[in-house]
Design a protein around this ligand. Structure first.
Ligand code: SF4
Length: 298
């Protein structure tokens, strides 16, 4: 892990020597929370919940991030690889529908031995829940381990990607990543209870003032992948509280019903499969309190 090039930032931090990368991570695995989570898409949370593990830090650092405390401030607790194995097995024993690795990109090198060892012992799908800023080369290492990819496709515009995430190459990088994810999973597969067992679910959060880019996102996805090859989750829960001081005035407000519904209408007319989110969840109360819900490990 010396000179880390694991993600498209390729910042080259010497993490093994304790140097901290753009993602805020060093040579430890840090997690902020693990719990059953009932607020993922219905085909992931079901009746028993998704077994989510929130990793601290992030390689995107979006200026409006709703998980700011863990993604930017790196809040959390370092765990050993053995502790992480125990956490995964304990979530599986609680009967969750899947093991949901949230923002794991910058830890892939450290997670691979853990996931490889626990995979045969866990009979629910492994979900890789990511902002979409991924290297194909790194994703290839997860082939056969990850059952469900749950990436964002945040922007089509290189300008927005540069302004909001300091990643003007995001659209092209994310598109290549989506193609690789689809290559690994194929079309969505559900069990008899409607729970997703394999497949690609692409999330897009409609941002205030960015409706035209959201419409272009739909066009990009339509050109990239077969319509029945993935599920689209169109999200409306943008929370302005985390961009209160932003230089971009549009990010300091919620999205309007018109903004969300107009994108949703086009998505429905284009025939995408997937689900929508109620605007009522666009409230800071839906964001887990990571500082209150302190993690404990045995
Ligand atoms: S994973 Fe982190 S340390 Fe590695 S290249 Fe990406 S931002 Fe840099």
């Amino acid at each position: 892990m010396s000179a880390c090039f694991m993600c498209p930032r390729e910042c080259g931090a010497d993490r093994e020597a304790g140097q901290i990368g753009f993602c805020s991570a060093d040579n430890h695995i840090r997690i902020a929370r693990y719990a059953k989570h009932m607020w993922e898409e219905p085909f992931l949370s079901g009746k028993n919940g998704s077994g989510t593990i929130f990793f601290s830090g992030c390689n995107m650092q979006c200026i409006f991030c709703q998980n700011h405390v863990i993604s930017h401030l790196h809040y959390g607790k370092d765990v050993t690889q053995n502790e992480l194995k125990t956490i995964i097995l304990s979530l599986a024993e609680q009967g969750v529908h899947n093991i949901n690795l949230v923002t794991p990109t910058h830890y892939v090198g450290y997670l691979l031995p853990v996931l490889t060892e626990v995979k045969p012992k866990v009979n629910v799908p492994f979900v890789y829940n990511t902002g979409g800023y991924e290297k194909v080369e790194t994703l290839k290492k997860l082939d056969g381990i990850i059952d469900v990819y749950l990436p964002d496709y945040k922007y089509s515009s290189t300008t927005l990607a540069g302004q909001y995430s300091a990643a003007p190459d995001y659209p092209d990088v994310a598109k290549s990543a989506l193609v690789e994810m689809y290559r690994q999973t194929g079309k969505p597969v559900f069990d008899d209870d409607g729970m997703l067992q394999k497949g690609l679910v692409i999330r897009h959060l409609v941002l205030p003032g960015c409706r035209k880019d959201s419409l272009q996102v739909l066009q990009d996805l339509d050109s990239l992948l077969p319509r029945d090859g993935f599920l689209l989750s169109l999200m409306s829960q943008y929370t302005p509280e985390f961009a209160k001081d932003s230089e971009f005035a549009n990010l300091r407000r919620k999205i309007t019903a018109f903004e969300y519904n107009s994108v949703l209408d086009v998505a429905e007319k284009m025939g995408f499969l997937g689900c929508r989110q109620q605007r009522s969840s666009s409230d800071v109360g839906y964001v887990p309190d990571f500082q209150k819900d302190t993690i404990t490990t045995q």
